[in-house]
Ligand binder design. Structure first.
Ligand code: PEP
Ligand code: MG
Length: 894
């Protein structure tokens, strides 16, 4: 037996024909309205004409199936009943007005058409005037209706109406629509109608039913307008889904003193506190609340003005929160004493609130721990770990660079590292440099924040600042920096030494003057959430830390080891640079060894500090990596100094000494230092450096073991591309270790592994794994070498690439899954084919980027290592990755 298909679905009066799962048939909006109605939310009643009717409409040559019009009359009656018969469609005294809206399975924002205030005509307007007691509002509603209908349904260009409004304003000598009086608006209605007649060659339809059927067909027709077709193509939405049409009663909050309108949240979206939060206005339209023309009242006042409505609103919004199991952001209208919810959706919140709400909701039994963990975006934790710009502050942004290291900082501008150290004694400073180099480290340490004009997300400034947990805006191409003249410029602005600026490292904004910041605190809830994250994740999280202070921070944030100690950072301390320079200047192995012998005790005590702090957790120490000339003064500066000394007739010996340094700098000069004498190549050409470092590590370990302490050194060889490079270094380390242990009379377990940061290393990973006991992906260099992008210069074009869709993301920020990720996957597979239990981690900057952490989880890495301040982010991201793999969805707050 053929049953007639149901084409219309009602919602209202606490019950809906459809459900929230029927998006195919009712569209997203229709299904949402059904769900809200069934959840007991008083949404204005209405009905949904199904998407199937839309498809029939096209099959029948743009005609609806027979019987639909009659059906609609039946359902309109249902709307009127749901409104207790207070309003009737087309009624002269109490006209019911409706909205007609599209709504397909997938949201297509703004692509299809909507008509509001439908049902108004030259007669019903009088009813609206009487009901509202507000003539201006009624005429404004009518002229808006004609405009919308005229455009959407009758196909009259929007500009035609805009032009008439413009003329009226000119005549009345006013600027804003708001300044037009009821009389003016009535005049507009007349002109609009005349224009409709002239352009469409017919009168503006006065029969509400004709208005309704015409609007319905126009909405169906809008499914195939060029905008919608293009949108579907771009978003892979099939063309045969069709749109539903939602016809819903309009409700008004400006019908007198028993009407009101407002907005609110079920919890405080800023702190997460469980408190009812919002504001409202009596006898007002929704626009009035947001427009700022009248000051809204705090929602608590509604309890005094309309106690029954207030109680109902509290009850409904708590129910909504339970139903959707998340904080709700809602809009409501009270029409003539009856409360209607116009919208409810998941509320946007700060990271602070997100954490508190997630933890509270577990305690309240609304969500489980897995969902709670998924509710907090890992990247948003940055807000909890660094000071942020006071959201209430008025700011003047003068330039924008890369958001290299999060947090906000204000201070006086300085242009050199030495100046930073001097001025920091007197107050907070921001170090502004064209770019930073290892020479600037003391200044970066002294400064509150760092701004550079050049360099990308893995430039020196960015990496070091993140390691220090300091705000940094890098690669800010919009500024020029003139350290000699002591100023920088951004557009028309000139900022001199000593002027205040503020950096927002989380967004890359450079702000003029001193802006108040607010401290972020790590609350108890944050700790609870992190504990849950740890229960779920399988990927370990280690930290990149070079000194005990950083290691302590890392431990505090939950690091399970040190994945990268860049030993060159230890060489840069002010008291060490001269010794390092002496080592580099040496022209014999013996002389070099002499200098290295002075560095040995220093490094040994550094390593001891790290081992002690980490208390038996693995500490991965990487041998010296950067080109040697980085430890020497700059060639150009030396040339100037020599010239000046000559002019000033300085003592010959001093000139000769300077010239000597210059000579060595020139000898060491490389056209492409990133691809030159660096990484393991240094230790191969100068084996005494490797021996000294190995000795320092093993001696430190032995000394501690003797004291009964636990140590776990992992020695890492950088930039290996040839297996023999690794065996060469390994032999040196093993021989040194044997010697030390024999002398110390104690044994320590240490491992030797390598970084995989060159494509060739990935290709021969099976060979490398014969020697290496662990791998750590140096994805900064691997990205640089895989793309052929210089990590220090990529800032010049990467933004352009992203703006122009050549690249989707900055590959130095999020690991490029296809290319670099492909190399990583291959190296893992090859490495483990040789050594199935090979421990594998990552220590490039990607280790702290949530999307990259997810990749690392999927690729089967054992750990990620990131800067200490990113450890919580990586822990949470690792938990997300595992939960997503298990298919735990939760209702993510998007
Ligand atoms: C890397 O290349 O990813 C890495 C961690 O080493 P560095 O940044 O010190 O070159
Ligand atoms: Mg590297």
């Amino acid at each position: 037996m053929a049953t007639e298909k149901k084409h219309i679905y009602f919602f209202g009066g606490g019950k809906a024909d459809g459900t929230g799962t029927m998006k195919d048939l009712l569209g997203g909006k229709g299904a949402g309205l059904a769900e809200m109605t069934n959840a007991g939310v008083p949404v204005p009643p209405g009905f949904t004409i199904t998407t199937e009717v839309c498809n029939l409409f096209y099959e029948l040559g743009r005609q609806v199936p027979g019987g639909l019009d009659n059906g609609m009359r039946e359902y309109m009656k249902k709307i009127e009943d749901a409104l207790d018969g207070k309003f009737k469609f087309g009624d002269l005294d109490r006209p019911l007005l409706v909205s007609v809206r599209s709504g397909s399975k997938f949201s297509m924002p703004g692509m299809m058409d909507t008509v509001l205030n439908l049902g108004l005509n030259d007669n019903t307007i009088q009813g609206l005037i009487r009901m509202s007691g507000n003539e201006r509002f009624a005429w404004d509603a009518y002229r808006r209706f004609i405009q919308m209908f005229g455009n959407v349904v009758m196909g009259i260009e929007k500009e035609v109406f805009e032009h008439i409004i413009h003329e009226m304003k000119k005549k009345k000598k006013v600027k804003l629509d708001l300044e037009l009086t009821a009389g003016d608006l009535k005049g507009l209605v007349d002109r609009f109608k005349a224009k409709v007649k002239q352009v469409a060659r017919r009168d503006f339809p006065q029969d509400p039913w004709e208005q309704l059927t015409m609007s319905r067909d126009a909405v169906f027709g809008s499914w195939n307008n060029p905008r919608a077709i293009t949108y579907r193509k771009l978003n892979d939405i099939p063309g045969n889904l069709g749109t539903a049409v939602n016809i819903q009663a309009m409700v008004f909050g400006n019908m007198g003193d028993t009407s009101a309108t407002g907005v609110g949240f079920t919890r405080n979206p800023s702190t997460g506190a469980k408190e009812f939060y919002g504001e409202y206005l009596t006898n007002a339209q929704g626009e009035d609340v947001v427009a700022g023309t009248r000051t809204p009242h705090p929602i608590a006042d509604l309890d005094k003005e309309m106690p029954a409505v207030y109680r109902q609103l509290r009850e409904i919004t708590s129910r909504l929160e339970r139903h959707y199991r998340d904080i709700q952001d809602f809009e409501f209208t009270v029409q003539d004493g009856t409360l209607y919810m116009l919208q409810t959706r998941t509320g946007k919140r700060t990271a602070h609130a997100a954490v508190k709400i997630a933890v509270d909701m577990v305690a309240e039994g609304l969500i489980n721990k897995e969902e709670a963990v998924l509710r907090v975006e890992p990247a948003s934790l940055d807000q909890l770990l660094h000071p942020i710009i006071d959201p209430k502050a008025k700011i003047e942004v003068i330039a924008k660079g890369l958001p290299a290291s999060p947090g906000a900082a204000s201070g006086r501008v300085v242009f050199t590292a030495d100046e930073a150290v001097r001025q920091a004694k007197k107050g907070k400073v921001i170090l502004v440099r064209p770019e930073t180099t290892p020479d600037d480290i003391h200044g970066m340490d002294a400064a509150e924040g760092i701004l550079t004009a050049r360099g990308g997300m893995t430039s020196h400034a960015a990496v070091v600042a993140r390691g220090m947990g300091k705000p940094c805006v890098a690669g800010c191409e919009a500024i020029w920096v003139d350290p000699k003249a002591g100023k920088f410029g951004a557009g028309k602005h000139r900022v001199k030494m000593g002027d205040y600026i503020t950096l927002d490292g989380g967004t890359g904004r450079v702000i003029l003057g001193k802006v108040p910041t607010v401290e972020s605190t790590v609350s108890g809830d944050f700790g609870t959430l992190m504990k849950w994250a740890d229960e779920f994740r399988t990927l370990e999280v280690w930290a990149n830390a070079d000194i005990p202070r950083d290691a302590k921070v890392a431990m505090q944030y939950g690091a399970e080891g040190i994945g990268l100690c860049r030993t060159e950072h230890m060489f840069f301390a002010a008291d060490r640079v001269p010794i390092v320079q002496q080592m580099i200047m040496s022209n014999s192995t013996e002389a070099r060894e002499k200098a290295l012998a002075k560095l040995l005790p220093m490094q040994r005590s550094d390593f001891k500090g790290l081992f002690e702090t980490m208390n038996g957790l693995p500490v991965t120490i990487r041998l010296l990596d950067p080109p040697l000339h980085e430890f020497l003064p700059k060639r150009e500066e030396l040339m100037v100094e020599v010239a000046v000394m000559k002019v000033e007739k300085a003592p010959k010996a001093s000139i000769a000494k300077k010239e000597n340094i210059l000579h060595r700098v020139e000898e060491l000069h490389e056209f492409n230092p990133m691809l030159g004498l660096r990484g393991c190549r240094l230790g191969i050409i100068y084996p005494e450096i490797t021996r000294m470092q190995a000795r320092a590590i093993i001696e430190a370990a032995c000394d501690l073991v003797k004291k009964g302490k636990k140590v776990k050194p992992e020695i890492m060889i950088p930039l290996v591309g040839i297996s023999k490079e690794l065996s060469n270094q390994k032999a040196l380390i093993d021989a040194t270790a044997q010697d030390v242990m024999k002398k110390k009379g104690v044994k320590v377990a240490y491992t030797i592994g390598t970084m995989i940061e060159l494509p060739r290393a990935a290709f021969i990973a099976d060979d490398i794994a014969k020697e290496a006991e662990f791998f750590s992906f140096g994805t900064n260099d691997l990205t640089q070498t895989a793309f052929g992008f210089s990590r220090d210069d990529a800032g010049m074009f990467i933004n352009y690439y992203m703006d122009n869709n050549i690249l989707e993301k900055d590959p130095f920020q999020t690991m490029d899954e296809k290319g670099v990720g492909g190399l990583v996957k291959m190296a893992i597979q090859k490495g483990r084919s040789t050594r199935p239990d090979l421990k594998i981690g990552i220590c490039g900057e990607h280790g702290g980027d949530p999307a990259s952490v997810e990749q690392c989880h999927r690729f089967g890495l054992n750990y990620v290592s990131c800067s200490p301040y990113r450890v919580p982010i990586a822990r949470l991201a690792a938990a997300h990755a595992k939960l997503k793999e298990k298919g735990v969805g939760g209702s993510l707050s998007k």
